[in-house]
Design a protein around this ligand. Structure first.
Ligand SMILES: Cc1cc2nc3c(=O)[nH]c(=O)nc-3n(C[C@H](O)[C@H](O)[C@H](O)COP(=O)(O)OP(=O)(O)OC[C@H]3O[C@@H](n4cnc5c(N)ncnc54)[C@H](O)[C@@H]3O)c2cc1C
Length: 442
């Protein structure tokens, strides 16, 4: 059987990996529009500094990323984040250390005493009775109060989804907190119950020696496939028994197709096959995001920690700053330091459209306002993602149910990327394993 995988990001690559594990007899064709696989997982080396174009790793609190690394024989590449990475900061009107423990929360100046008491009152708030979807903001205001939501949940949402709590569905984007409420009646009750059940440490951020790109290269080498790189797919047709994939490399006849490209790209390639399916894919909106990396050969700021996130109320031009060389020391040459500034998202989508000078100026302004750093960087890296992170608004879960039900009209056509059922690398890998099991089942 011949299977085309369209889009060689982590979703496409891990689908290919698990398909090959289950059925070595399958003939795989892997397409990507770029000359290199990896999608948003891409590392760029510049004058001794290493910058990630997208994510810098995955959390070990879920097993999927680590399992794939082990199964692919890439354990020697693993690079755990340094202990410093536990120190995280939030910028409101100034920089605050993010409290890690209840006593640190109580002494933190991020909230006033009455606001902290409102958070503690969460244990008395009854659980929601119905299962209707709601925004993270509604959920937060209901359970932990406005102040906690506008500071902590707002910064966290910018950091993970590049969006704001009023635009994201708590059910789709944070299913664990919804489960805590449903199963235990509240967040604190749920967290205590879970801690009793599962002793042991939580997850840590894990990356790869030399950057995430090294893992992608490794994964690529494990795959026996017909590679069609630098070959954007522009159409998928059916001939009844199978599919024809039309790309800049020509036309390929296959038995099944996995579309792992972004949802808008999927919509374009499926437009002629089924306009309604394409419309459902086009309806998935993305937050644009720009990543601006700075490398400094000498920097006075200690960068002691993971980095900082800003709140919407702070009205800053940036979402946050990752202190890369403190999290993973191999990101900068000896004596040097590096950081990456994230800007845009749903708070300021237009900022991403600026030219490169504008992006650098905005990032420098953000670093100056939040960290007081005014030094000229020695090395600059810029990556703009027009379709950066898919949005999961209220109604997303229902829309995905309908999308997949509609796509099921086409046996052998599969949709799989971060736009549907989880955006983190762990989620993409999990969904890919499940899909590969479904396809390879006799
Ligand atoms: C700035 C940023 C930071 C992030 N940080 C983290 C993080 O720290 N941890 C984490 O877990 N997640 C992070 N994420 C999210 C995570 O990286 C992604 O969800 C995951 O890597 C997406 O993988 P994917 O394969 O689904 O999609 P993508 O990586 O987007 O891959 C899609 C692929 O499809 C290809 N393609 C598009 N159109 C076509 C076409 N017409 N024909 C052929 N191929 C096509 C693209 O070239 C691309 O390679 C981040 C994302 C961004 C943007």
């Amino acid at each position: 059987m011949r299977i085309a995988i369209i889009g060689a990001g982590i979703s496409g690559l891990s689908t290919a990996f698990y398909l090959q594990q289950a059925r070595p007899d399958l003939e795989l064709l892997i397409f990507d529009a770029n000359p290199e696989p990896g999608g948003t997982m891409h590392t760029v080396e510049r004058d001794g500094f290493r910058f990630e174009a997208g994510g810098n790793g995955f959390l070990t609190s879920k097993p999927d990323g680590l399992d794939l690394v082990k199964e692919a024989g890439a354990e020697h590449l693993l690079l755990p984040s340094s202990d410093l990475a536990r120190r995280r900061f939030i910028f409101t009107d100034r920089l605050h250390r993010l409290p890690e423990t209840p006593p640190a929360f109580l002494s933190s100046r991020l909230l006033s005493l009455p606001q902290k008491m409102r958070v503690a009152a969460e244990v008395f708030i009854p659980g929601k009775r119905d299962e209707s979807d709601e925004t993270l903001q509604d959920f937060g205001y209901r359970r932990v109060g406005k102040a906690f939501t506008d500071v902590f949940l707002d910064a966290m949402t910018a950091g993970i989804y590049a969006t704001t709590p009023d635009r994201v569905s708590v059910n789709a984007a944070f299913p664990l907190v919804v489960r805590l409420e449903r199963e235990h009646g509240g967040l604190f009750r749920g967290m205590i119950a879970r801690r009793k059940r599962q002793a042991g440490p939580g997850g840590i951020l894990m990356s790869f020696k030399g950057g995430v790109g090294r893992f992608i290269e490794h994964l690529q080498k494990t795959l026996t496939a017909d590679w069609r790189l630098d070959a954007p797919v522009h159409g998928i047709r059916t001939d009844g028994a199978g599919y024809r994939v039309l790309s800049s490399a020509g036309e390929d006849r296959v038995d099944q197709v996995v579309v792992s490209a972004t949802a808008p790209a999927g919509a374009r390639m499926l437009q002629d096959l089924d306009a309604e399916l394409a419309a459902r894919l086009s309806a998935i909106d993305y937050s644009p995001i720009a990543v601006v990396g700075f490398g400094y050969r000498h920097l006075d700021h200690p960068l002691e920690g993971f980095g900082l996130l800003t709140t919407t109320a702070a009205r800053l031009p940036i979402l946050g700053v990752l202190w890369d060389s403190s999290i993973f020391p191999d990101r900068a040459p000896a004596g040097g330091k590096s950081l990456r500034v994230m800007l845009g998202g749903q708070r300021n989508p237009d900022l991403v459209q600026q030219d490169e000078d504008g992006l650098v100026e905005t990032a420098r302004e953000g670093v100056r306002l939040t960290m007081g750093v005014t030094s000229d960087p020695d090395v600059v890296f810029i990556k703009r993602w027009e379709n950066g992170i898919p949005n999961y608004p209220v109604g997303h879960l229902r829309a995905m149910e309908e999308l997949f039900k509609h796509a099921a009209r086409y046996p052998g056509l599969h949709l799989n990327c971060n736009a549907y059922r989880g955006i983190a690398m762990n989620d993409c890998i999990h969904n890919s394993r499940v899909l590969a099991e479904t396809i390879s089942r006799p």
